[in-house]
Design a protein around this ligand. Structure first.
Ligand SMILES: N[C@@H](CCC(=O)N[C@@H](CS)C(=O)NCC(=O)O)C(=O)O
Length: 213
């Protein structure tokens, strides 16, 4: 059962890499830069027509994309790893809610940052678009932070690490940086720190976020 993960250090493949490590799956990592030159972008589009990573080739050779879907699928596919609430667990609804929130409301702001020209052709608008994407991201972190304020912890869904923690921890490292995340999301921070203290997660982080503390 070998997977192939297409990704790049520090990009959205990080959470899938961590999930594959945590479930104990065999996988090969193939470096693919969706923001690289035209040839590199063509290579990514050959795997994922959206031109994005992560993309995961499953053992049956089918292709899976969309980070939240991949995490949810892996969590369900390896129930013994205990990284996702079972379909009948009380935490399941909250797990799905926030996994999808992160993909649709937080990650989507990076889609704008990665290519504002895809949203408006006039370069004169891009500075404003980028500023609005940053503001929107900050607002969404605040909203999620408020929802988890006072939650028992130590992880977002309670006693044990889930792929929701891994997803948040990855995005906490992205623009505008960890200090900004700490300011907007103090209630999420303890779970992020507990996640990063997991030895397997720490190894993945060391490979992917070399320049950040
Ligand atoms: N909805 C996708 C978004 C993936 C995504 O935007 N990945 C970034 C790298 S972190 C990327 O490939 N950006 C290049 C682009 O959007 O053209 C997912 O959740 O997997």
């Amino acid at each position: 059962m070998t997977y192939t993960l297409y990704g790049k250090a520090g990009f959205g493949s990080v959470c899938v890499e961590a999930a594959l490590e945590l479930v104990g799956a065999d996988y090969d990592f193939v470096e693919a830069n969706p923001l690289g030159d035209e040839a590199e972008q063509r290579r990514v589009r050959a795997i994922n027509p959206a031109g994005q990573v992560p993309a995961l080739i499953l053992p049956d050779d089918s292709v899976m994309t969309e980070s939240a879907a991949i995490l949810i699928w892996l969590g369900d596919r390896y129930p013994d790893a205990g990284l996702a609430p079972a379909t009948d667990a009380p935490e399941r609804a909250e797990y799905l809610r926030w996994m999808l929130f992160l993909a649709s409301s937080v990650y989507s702001t990076f889609t704008l940052s990665d290519g504002p020209e895809r949203f408006h052709p006039d370069p004169a608008t891009h500075e404003t678009l980028l500023a609005m994407a940053n503001q929107r991201r900050s607002d969404m972190w605040t909203l999620m932070n408020d929802a988890f304020d006072g939650a028992p912890g130590p992880f977002l869904l309670g006693d044990s690490l889930s792929l929701l923690d891994v997803y948040v921890a990855m995005m906490s490292r992205w623009d505008p940086g960890r200090a900004a995340f700490e300011a907007t999301s103090p209630a999420l921070l303890p779970a992020v720190e507990a996640t990063e203290a997991d030895p397997l997660v720490a190894e993945v982080w060391a490979r992917n976020f070399r320049r950040q503390g």
